[in-house]
Design a protein around this ligand. Structure first.
Ligand code: NAD
Length: 453
């Protein structure tokens, strides 16, 4: 669905009027294209005293062939902007020392390029015995979320990556994702990295095809976000099994054929669905590296007007089906070390939403699955995470009433809806064998939506 207001606000004729009226001008977000460099300009790096993350982060930047800059005045005279600002805050252990954030960012924040990235690396609070250190690290999240709101008008984003002791060498896939245009619609997030053994860290031969040789299944893949996920995982090298209801007709086979994958017609609420899915995978591939639960429906009504059928259908598709499939996949031992389960939740599941008691319950339940299974997956050397999209331009949101849709598009720091590719890129990062430290996270793909933030 096209965003007419965004096109209008950026047009030479009407754009001036929009600005004079003080209305938001949704910036054009840069998105990934094959071969595009990870960072779109030099990355200015800095660290608070005692930090342990700058060296490994600079190693990542060098491996990604980014230009690393340590001089905040570099390029000031000729007006060059930084592609990204990266600061190691892990050494900040008291409220007084939070000032290091101000000192690093204040002189340069206005020199961040459009679609630029501000990234702060921090410690995990559960690693810190000292209450003052834990307090200071909690405070850093308030800083990155505010910066995200300030730079959003230019299409830039800001995140905090909280790195556990022992996860220092496992930052590469996450930093590459957050620095790049793949994370165009992800902002104001806190990503938590867990410690992993060195044997778990996989460095892909080709960062453009990290999923080469892997098998992924995606539910609800005939259209919308699911089709984009399947396409993106295939682009990254995976063989994709695209799953959708028997009624999805030619759309499913066309989507699967386009990416050289397999189509599996399956209603995920069918009592035999988990068995059929694992049989299919076992017979054809003998393993499943990534299971993406994307199939979802809405049946919106305020609770007093909601029928039993509307409640049951939403819970069955969005939540119960995922539990059944996960149990079958894990029981059959199709997913070993390096396995990935990724569920599509929703900002409604975090914040609740009027008229969506059924949907928000199911999507909060999805987060519950992630919480409950994260330790189980860790034991196996595997991971589980969820993405929580905000407003994404699909047929689901095209069906919203006009006024509601227009408001939903604008109430985020980037003043626009996301695209299915934004959710898909986030899932591709989580699905990567290079992401073993990302476990138990719920990553919002919402342009930092104001609701439930
Ligand atoms: P969509 O309606 O365009 O696509 C959903 C797909 O799931 C369809 O192809 C449908 O046939 C399939 N599906 C539905 N029931 C199924 C079943 N029982 N078995 C197998 N497949 C089934 O929706 P979308 O906008 O692409 O949403 C995809 C996911 O993202 C959903 O889980 C949705 O809740 C979530 N989400 C979407 C948005 C948004 O703004 N579009 C926001 C937050 C979350």
């Amino acid at each position: 669905m096209s965003d007419r207001y965004q096109a209008l606000a950026n047009s030479p004729l009407a754009g001036g009027v929009v600005k004079r009226l003080g209305l938001p001008v949704p910036p054009r977000l840069e998105r990934h294209e094959p071969g595009k460099p990870v960072a779109s300009g030099a990355v200015l790096v800095g660290s608070a005293r005692g930090g342990r993350l700058l060296d490994p982060a600079v190693e990542v930047l060098r491996s990604a062939r980014a230009t690393v800059e340590t001089d905040p005045d570099a390029g000031r005279e000729d007006g060059t902007r930084f592609g990204a600002l990266l600061f190691d805050a892990s050494g900040i252990d008291s409220s007084e020392r939070l000032r290091a954030l101000y000192e690093f960012f204040h002189p340069v924040i206005r020199r961040l390029a459009p679609s630029g990235r501000a990234i702060v690396l921090g410690a995990r609070r559960d690693d810190l015995a000292d209450p003052r250190a834990a307090t200071a690290q909690r405070a850093v999240g308030g800083f990155t979320r505010s910066i995200a709101k300030e730079v959003g008008a230019r299409g830039s984003t800001s995140q905090l990556v909280a790195v556990a002791a022992g996860a220092e060498r496992a930052m590469e896939s996450t930093l590459r994702f957050l620095l790049s245009t793949r994370s165009a619609y992800v902002s104001g997030q806190v990503i938590r990295l867990e410690a992993t053994g060195p044997e778990a860290i996989v460095v892909p031969d080709d960062w453009e095809r990290p999923l080469a040789g892997r098998v992924a299944a995606v539910t609800g893949a005939a259209r919308g976000i699911g089709a984009a996920i399947a396409e993106t995982l295939a682009r990254d090298g995976a063989h994709v099994i695209s799953i959708d209801v028997p009624g999805s007709g030619d759309a499913l086979s066309e989507a699967a054929n386009r990416i050289g994958g397999t189509a599996l017609r399956l209603d995920v609420t069918d009592p035999g669905a988990p068995e059929r899915l694992v049989d299919h995978v076992a017979e054809r591939h003998g393993k499943l590296d990534a299971m993406v639960h994307n199939a979802g429906i809405t049946r919106d009504k305020t609770l007093g007007r909601m029928s039993e059928e509307q409640w049951d259908a939403v819970l069955a598709v969005n939540l119960t089906s995922q539990e059944g499939i996960n149990a079958a996949v894990l029981e059959r031992d199709l997913m070993g070390a390096g396995g990935r389960i990724i569920s599509v939740s929703s900002v409604s599941g975090i914040a609740g939403n009027r008229g969506q008691a059924n949907y928000a319950t199911s999507k909060a339940g999805v987060i519950g699955i992630v919480d409950a299974l994260a330790p189980v997956m860790r034991e196996r050397g595997a991971t589980i995470n969820a993405v929580a999209p905000g407003f994404i331009e699909t047929q689901m949101t095209a069906a919203m009433p006009l006024a509601t849709r227009e408001v939903a598009r604008r109430i985020n720091s980037l003043s626009q809806g996301g695209q299915p590719i934004d959710v898909a890129e986030t899932i591709a990062w989580l699905a990567s064998p290079a992401s073993p430290a990302v476990n138990g996270n719920v990553v919002r793909v919402c342009g930092q939506q104001l609701i439930g933030a």
